[in-house]
Ligand binder design. Sequence first.
Ligand SMILES: C[S@@+](CC[C@H](N)C(=O)[O-])C[C@H]1O[C@@H](n2cnc3c(N)ncnc32)[C@H](O)[C@@H]1O
Length: 226
Amino acid sequence: MEDPTTLRRLYGRRTGHKLREGQAGLVERMLPELAVPETGPIDAAMLFGDDRPMQVEIGFGKGEHLAGQAAMRPDHGFIGCEPFLDGVVGALMKIDADGIENVRLHMGDALDVLERLPDASLERVYLLHPDPWPKARHAKRRFMNAGPVDRIARKLKPGGEFRFGTDHPVYVRWAMMIMGESPDFEWLIDGPQDFLVRPDDWPETRYEQKARSKGHEVWYFRYRRR
Ligand SMILES: C[S@@+](CC[C@H](N)C(=O)[O-])C[C@H]1O[C@@H](n2cnc3c(N)ncnc32)[C@H](O)[C@@H]1O
């Protein structure tokens, strides 16, 4: 059962600086084809024309990880969610440059897209370096909360994977508590290397790079949907 008290709204800014001409052109040319429809149910057949396995990335930033994963798995369909226009432009540039054909984009709240997908339909969900909202009084704004985690669980197939990464010491403790309370997930861990070392099939994100350049440790979590 989803916990409605912790299903969050989208917080933070949605637009940044004005787009350069080339970027605006890219958005006009590519987004209409790649955008997830604004309303109504969605599934693989509607987005990709077949029943391929699907994966969702929540808050893809500039899209490094999304494009990297999509290139590694051309037979899977990827939905990237990011409300920030600069981020969408970043992802479009990578999709264009690398000739990636298996990504669709939602410029908005990932919770909306998740809700519109069929239950038990996703192979993987990624939440990488979510906004930390470090103050205790903002804890309900963190994406990692019981409501969103319940929704992620409902949308994953049994055996599907939820990947979460952060360098934030407050968030990591919070996330371990929230995930520890979820009956739906098993933490895939044999030893410390499993959360201290980035798996080979986990492309580095911009935030991760920044975190490392500041000397932060980064933690990687993989959870299997029971
Ligand atoms: C700290 S950034 C990390 C970006 C990227 N994952 C990375 O590691 O480089 C967090 C991102 O999550 C996005 N975000 C926040 N809430 C979101 C939501 N409800 N749905 C989708 N994206 C969201 C923000 O716009 C922001 O780009």
